[in-house]
Design a binder for this molecule. Sequence first.
Ligand code: SF4
Length: 243
Amino acid sequence: MDERPTPSAAERERAARIVAILRELYPDAKCSLDFSTPLELLVATMLSAQCTDERVNMVTKSLFKKYRSAEDYASANPEELEQDVKQTGFYRNKAKHIREASALISERYGGEVPRTMEELTTLPGVARKTANVVMGNAYGVVEGVVVDTHVGRIARRLGLTASDDPVKVEQDLMALLPQSDWLDLSHMLIMHGRMICQARKPLCAECALAPLCPTARATLGQLDGGSETPAEASRTRRSARGA
Ligand code: SF4
């Protein structure tokens, strides 16, 4: 249940401006996991926990040739599947969840990955984030916002949420933005997190979102709350530094 107060018009407007800038920066942002079927995306997403998408894509290149159906995973030799996914880390749990989820998909859903939040989240190892990824990117059904570590961190830095709880972060983002932005938002924030708003050291001086970002105001100290364009903000910062 969402107990968050309804965002004000000003908060929505600021969120919309952030999304507009992100769309300019990352017009081609999309899911960076390789897949050609909903089952492949489900498996790749399960493997991506605590692992880079790049490494997952390396592993799934051969994995998807070896296991082609839910039944293939469900009937896999447990130790063999563990070895097949070992490079993604936490491989025992991941292999177990993939086998158990695949068994349910095979038995209960005729081998087809279900397409509703309710059904997907009954699968072992599948929580809301994984379900959102599969529904949005494999089926084009957008029921929420994918909140991974990048999305949560940047949403907090941008003042779009104050919460550390991914479910609450998702509710806050859904309240601020129209549904048509939800799928792209997570792709764009993930790219921004990799390129600019990195976990250890955000590159605020190079960030086009700085004029709208309270964290930049705290770290750079010279912005006026959003009336400047990114280029103007950059000039302001350069002149403040005496450059
Ligand atoms: S201004 Fe800094 S903290 Fe804000 S989004 Fe950009 S890089 Fe992240």
